[in-house]
Design a protein around this ligand. Structure first.
Ligand SMILES: [Zn+2]
Ligand SMILES: [Zn+2]
Length: 179
């Protein structure tokens, strides 16, 4: 058990490898968004997450929401923002959770890392985040695609990633190398 005594937090920490302020933000954001959406962890693809950063916080979202890169229900936008949108398929019913500005979330100044983490775990969700319900147009479901054998290296690659060069069918690294 952690100091916070939350088994879900323990699971997230085990997944990520350590407890840090970023993980705390993701943990609180994911829990808050799931609550607001009335959703549970995704067994398959009915729940999707759109994350606007690729920092520690996203590991908490993956672990808690069951939205992962491999399952194709995690979408990364490289905006560098602590903003997380959870949505349900097929309706597109969604909630967007954004970490408030530091000066607006009342975070005690000058706190060290462990104190910051503790504060982020304990502050009311409404103090930490701006959340709003929204509807999004759904990204397509993860498709199962045919594989093609690369003419140069002999390895298989998804058909949609194969480049044609004359009669050859090349995977991306081979196409780049044979320019
Ligand atoms: Zn971390
Ligand atoms: Zn190849």
């Amino acid at each position: 058990m952690t100091a916070q005594g939350d088994p879900l937090l323990d699971e997230v920490v085990r997944f990520h490898g350590h407890l840090c302020p970023g993980l705390a933000i993701g943990f609180r954001a994911a829990k808050f968004a799931l609550e607001r959406l009335g959703a549970r962890r995704s067994g398959d693809e009915e729940l999707i997450a759109i994350v606007e950063n690729d920092s520690c916080s996203v590991d908490a979202v993956q672990c808690l929401c069951g939205c992962t890169f491999g399952k194709g229900n995690l979408f990364f936008k490289d905006y560098g923002k602590q903003v997380f949108t959870l949505a349900l398929r097929p309706s597109g019913q969604a909630v967007r959770v954004a970490l408030k500005r530091k000066d607006r979330r009342g975070e005690p100044p000058g706190a060290d890392r462990p104190a910051r983490t503790r504060w982020l775990l304990e502050a009311p969700a409404e103090a930490l985040f701006d959340a709003r319900e929204t509807t999004i147009s759904m990204p397509g479901e993860a498709a199962i695609r045919d594989s093609v054998v690369c003419s140069r290296c002999g390895e298989e690659a998804m058909a949609t990633r194969i480049k044609k060069k004359g009669a050859a069918r090349l995977c991306i690294p081979c196409a780049l190398e044979s320019k």
